[in-house]
Design a protein around this ligand. Structure first.
Ligand SMILES: CC(C)(COP(=O)(O)OP(=O)(O)OC[C@H]1O[C@@H](n2cnc3c(N)ncnc32)[C@H](O)[C@@H]1OP(=O)(O)O)[C@@H](O)C(=O)NCCC(=O)NCCS
Length: 176
């Protein structure tokens, strides 16, 4: 049900990934875009991520249910030489018709396991204060480390506060 998608697979998934992002914005999620964001702009966003997937700096996980793409998450590996242990989570999205069925939890824990397997033991992310994402991260033992009032605009153009979270992971045990 959950799988990693490389750049070639992601290219084939552009329409479905775009639809997922448009749905999130239409539902009011603060995921960098404003109301009126359309399928073409959403696919352009995903297209802009392909180079990172080719280099391996960006990892994409997707979850399908009944053949339909129902969720996704991106893992961005820090490129700075002094942070080879760090990564960020982004575009953690479950389709509005498939929420509260544990798909978000499964995507997040799989992204964490992938990060640990790559030696990335410090994860960071941020989300709108009071959002479903914030509830998910707290439920999964992420630690809040700060809030910035007026950090980003909601899709409706109103400024909203952002909460920053981190999570430390145990290093994955390497086989062999
Ligand atoms: C955040 C999001 C990915 C959660 O996905 P999901 O599949 O619905 O989450 P899950 O079913 O795995 O929820 C796991 C736990 O998170 C918490 N949670 C998730 N959504 C919640 C909500 N709307 N209200 C309160 N708690 C919530 C609960 O503790 C839940 O456990 P429970 O259902 O047993 O109570 C989804 O709401 C989403 O795509 N939102 C829009 C995009 C977005 O804002 N992403 C975050 C940006 S950083």
């Amino acid at each position: 049900m959950i799988e990693t998608a490389d750049a070639v697979q992601a290219r084939g998934l552009l329409p479905a990934l775009g639809a997922l992002l448009v749905d999130a914005v239409e539902q009011g999620a603060s995921v960098n875009f404003l109301a009126g964001f359309d399928q073409a702009a959403a696919e352009a966003f995903w297209h802009s991520q392909l180079n990172g997937m080719v280099s391996g700096a960006t990892r994409l996980l997707v979850v399908r249910d009944g053949g339909r793409l129902q969720g996704c998450v991106l893992l961005f590996l820090a490129h700075q030489p002094n942070a080879p242990f760090r990564a960020e989570i982004g575009k953690m999205i479950v389709h509005s018709a498939a929420r509260r069925r544990d798909l978000g939890r499964i995507l997040l824990s799989t992204a964490e396991a992938l990060a640990a397997s790559l030696g990335r033991t410090l994860l960071l992310l941020d989300t709108e204060t009071g959002s479903a994402g914030g509830a998910l991260y707290r439920a999964e033992a992420w630690v809040e480390y700060g809030r910035v009032p007026g950090h980003a605009l909601r899709p409706n153009g109103r400024p909203a506060e952002t909460t920053m979270f981190y999570k430390r992971l145990a290093p994955a045990i390497r086989q062999g």
